[in-house]
Design a protein around this ligand. Structure first.
Ligand code: AMP
Ligand code: TRP
Length: 337
């Protein structure tokens, strides 16, 4: 891995069994592409998952499942560093320093926190959910990442990261790279099939609104065929007037590696039915080998765990160096090492 390449870092939560099409098209697909051109660090953010109640056995299983799915999409441990966040203790350590650099008001403005806390109610809202974005700040800054490939819903957290990095650098001298979000316009937000005005989301969409990558292809086909489409019958990319059709066009174009304009042209004069049938087929063709590969990785947990251990070791060598610098800059006395 050439070290003069720009660095990218991103993470995904192990909070549900299967990734969905929004995770894949909005983020993970870019991760796979970027490992060819960037020094890439990707992680399963199990510490972030703890911000909401988790069954310990399920969390363990979902963490392996998330790693298996990442490998199945094409992440290659020879070309990127793939690891589990809690295996690198520096994340929690730098997070504390960053918490002390973040204003209470600043953290209170994070919209994802406001959404989640209002959904779960004050009784189930932990302090960890509140400081979640600051752990994310630490995740990114530890690796001196130049770019962070994510979906649109994460833009505010990257902006917070930039602000805190600049504040730290201003106060203590150049320490952290100020990262840029890497968000592809077309797939920045994949929408719920049943309500194409809101994002596809494991926590808020109904099951019928989500294309789960590990779903039985027949189940996905059924969901796609019953996707809410718009009035009229013309197939046209127009997210304002035709959010349902536009969402299907985006998914189809991206999965088949063509532009939305090309798909639009192909379906000119055809009905919504033809578009849905073809999309269901494309999704099924994509998902079947993906599911099979995921299963193979899960069937060999020892190999999976050792890949993750190697990833953590590589990640840790970078993270430890950054943490030591940050500790020193703020005036913490060096310890034994
Ligand atoms: P999460 O499942 O919340 O850990 O999200 C993992 C990644 O998927 C993040 O980069 C999100 O921005 C991205 N993502 C999640 N839902 C969507 C969506 N509906 N459209 C585009 N990107 C998404
Ligand atoms: N908060 C991100 C999400 O919900 C996950 C995440 C945690 C992340 N740490 C990160 C993404 C660091 C990018 C970089 O999707």
């Amino acid at each position: 891995m050439a070290n003069d390449r720009p660095r990218v870092l991103s993470g995904i939560q192990p909070t549900s069994g299967s990734f969905h099409m929004g995770n894949y098209l909005g983020a993970v697909r870019q991760w796979v592409a970027l490992q060819e051109t960037h020094d890439a660090f990707y992680m399963v953010v199990d510490l972030h998952a703890l911000t909401l109640p988790q069954d310990p056995r399920e969390l363990r299983a979902n963490t392996r499942l998330a790693a298996a799915q990442l490998l199945a999409t094409g992440l290659d441990p020879e070309r990127c560093t793939l690891f589990v966040q809690s295996h690198v203790p520096e994340h929690a350590q730098l997070s504390w320093v960053m918490e002390c650099m973040t204003g209470f008001g600043e953290a209170s403005r994070m919209t994802q926190f406001k959404d989640k806390s209002s959904r779960h109610g004050a009784d189930r809202t932990s302090v960890g959910l509140f400081t979640y974005p600051i752990l994310q700040v630490a995740d990114i800054l530890l690796y001196q990442a130049d770019q962070v490939p994510v979906g649109e819903d994460q833009r505010q957290h990257i902006e917070l990261t930039r602000n805190i990095a600049e504040r730290f650098n201003g106060r203590y001298g150049e320490t952290f790279t100020v990262p840029e979000p890497y968000i592809l316009r077309e797939t920045a937000k994949i929408f719920d099939l049943q309500d194409p005005t809101v994002k596809m989301s494991k926590s808020s969409s109904s099951p019928k609104g989500i294309i789960d990558l590990l779903d039985d292809p027949k189940a996905s086909a059924k969901k796609i065929k019953s996707a809410v489409t718009d009035t009229g019958s013309e197939i046209r990319f127009d997210p304002e007037q035709k959010p349902g059709v536009s969402n299907l066009l985006t998914i189809l174009a991206t999965l088949t590696d063509v532009t939305v304009a090309e798909v639009e042209q192909k379906y000119a004069g055809k009905g919504y039915g033809a578009l849905k049938t073809d999309l269901a087929e494309v999704v099924s063709e994509w998902a079947a080998p993906f599911s099979a590969r995921t299963r193979e990785y899960l069937d060999d947990p020892e190999t999976l765990d050792s890949l993750l251990a190697e990833g953590a070791e590589k990640a840790r060598s970078v993270a430890a160096e950054t943490l030591a610098q940050a500790y020193d800059k703020v005036g913490l006395l060096p310890g034994k090492h």
